[in-house]
Design a protein around this ligand. Structure first.
Ligand SMILES: [Zn+2]
Length: 239
């Protein structure tokens, strides 16, 4: 089982750069319908359907399936042609095994997954995920695009069976102003036991200019091709 959280426009390119194949992906969980999170799904759908003859499991948080199809993917995926050139009408289920998630913890293949709402663009449905691997005891929180991680989640009494794993946290390095859409580095301040678990993602292309500030905040970043192995993740981070 290989779960991707989101599948943005650059996902096929990044996977190839890491020597991985689209055919390895078995599950994709979708956080929200911005192109940098779902822009690669059309390619994944067509390749899976027409080349690999298989379906990836598409995990949609409560209510997001409708938005994903009607407001985004339908435009590219609805119509195809059969071998005679005749039009064929398709649905999201033509390409994917759609798993509409419920609220709360649920089993997804060999993993346990908890979707949680995030505070991203006002009025826009956005989600993050907590993922546990029962076998290894590894756990991570992936906040996707969010101003702040869910306060209750950040303080939750996570089972002692699981190491308190990394929290992959959205971060905006450039520009001032309020904490809207993406959270500025200056506002990523949590209690020490939470702060030390945070790994910054979505930070833009000017990382070099902000490395001192990141270090001073007690934070670290995830690099685009970095492999962070759970549960022994701290020792393996590049910093
Ligand atoms: Zn977004």
């Amino acid at each position: 089982m290989r779960l991707m959280i989101d599948f943005g426009s650059l996902a096929p390119i990044r996977l190839e750069a890491m020597g991985r194949s689209l055919a390895e992906i078995t599950h994709v969980a979708v956080s929200h319908i911005h192109a940098d999170h779902i822009g690669g799904l059309e390619e994944l759908a067509f390749l899976s359907h027409f080349v690999h003859n298989r379906k990836v499991v598409l995990l949609t948080p409560p209510g997001l399936r409708h938005l994903l199809w009607e407001h985004s993917l339908r435009g590219g995926l609805e119509m195809v042609a059969d071998e005679n050139g005749e039009p064929v009408h398709c649905e999201l289920e033509t390409y994917f095994h759609v798993h509409e998630m419920e609220h709360g913890w649920q089993q997804v293949g060999t993993l346990s997954v908890l979707p949680f709402r995030t505070d991203h663009v006002p009025g826009k449905d956005s989600w993050g995920f907590v993922v546990r691997d029962e076998e290894s005891g590894g756990q991570m929180i992936f906040g996707c695009d969010t101003r702040v991680c869910h306060p209750e989640l950040m303080e939750d009494p996570i089972s002692e069976d699981f190491e308190r794993g990394p929290i992959f946290h959205d971060c905006r390095l450039s520009g001032g102003g309020a904490s809207t859409i993406h959270v500025p580095l200056s506002e990523i301040r949590y209690p020490a036991q939470v702060q030390e678990r945070i790994v910054l993602v979505h930070y833009g292309d000017n990382l070099r200019l902000h490395q001192d500030a990141i270090r001073e905040a007690g934070l670290r970043v995830a690099h685009p091709d970095e492999i962070i192995k759970l549960p022994e993740w701290r020792a393996r981070l590049r910093g």
